[in-house]
Design a protein around this ligand. Structure first.
Ligand code: MN
Length: 231
């Protein structure tokens, strides 16, 4: 009984996905495919979620099916213990646990009800000398996003040890926590720059997708992540 109550309490306190383990499932995004129009189109949102994201989930479950020892771990846990996984499934778990983790996070970075970032968050970003201003941060983020060669992601992260916000890019479906100590690269905001995220509407014009994307960023979620990172 106590155990059950404890589990219910955990569910209320943390986002669902933090506790998720095998068998993984596609979690609700909380808005419709068309909700981000005209910035991100309905068709792209539908295929990206039900097609691409769902495939990462399916493949991840497939990889872990015959490895019960690793079925109790969340995606984040799997991504920080890749060297402990059997070699046979290591790359596939990196790609598909990364794909599931990144997309679940990405959907939460988006909102149909756009609100400007809070003064506190703007101040934190402007406090980083290399950004200089909020505009400076956006320009650097845009540059990083345009420079990703092939498929990958752009992130705003927080480093607990240095107390710094910074931009990083990752190839493929890599998450910033791979190859970093816990707390060294905590994701606050993510932008998916795989072509599947924009090709239907923006074709080869990644820059136009990035511009549109700023109009649907969920700054409340970014701030929530920042506050947690500061704890
Ligand atoms: Mn994607």
């Amino acid at each position: 009984m106590l155990k059950k109550t404890f589990h219910i309490a955990l569910f209320i306190l943390f986002p669902l996905y933090a506790l998720e383990h095998y068998p993984f499932s596609l979690l609700p995004r909380g808005y419709a495919d068309s909700a981000l129009e005209p910035h991100i189109d309905r068709e792209t949102m539908k295929i990206h979620y039900e097609g691409h994201h769902a495939t990462y989930v399916k493949n991840l479950n497939e990889e872990l099916k015959d490895h019960p020892a690793f079925q109790k771990y969340s995606c984040k846990q799997l991504l920080t213990m890749l060297d402990k996984l059997p070699e046979k499934i290591r790359v596939a778990v990196r790609n598909n646990a990364g794909g599931h983790e990144n997309h679940t996070f990405f959907w939460r970075c988006l909102t149909p009800q756009y609100k400007k970032p809070s003064k506190r968050l703007i101040k934190a970003i402007e406090g980083m000398p290399y950004f200089g201003s909020f505009e400076g941060f956006k320009q650097q983020f845009n540059q990083a996003a345009k420079k990703v060669f092939g498929s990958g992601w752009v992130w705003l992260c927080y480093d607990k040890f240095l107390g710094e916000l910074f931009i990083m890019t990752t190839p493929n479906q890599d998450n910033p926590i791979i190859d970093h100590r816990p707390g060294e690269a905590i994701p606050l905001l993510a932008l998916d720059v795989w072509e599947h995220a924009y090709y239907l509407k923006h074709q080869n014009k990644r820059a136009s997708y990035i511009d549109a994307w700023w109009s649907v960023v969920n700054w409340d979620f970014v701030e929530e992540n920042y506050k947690k990172a500061l704890l």
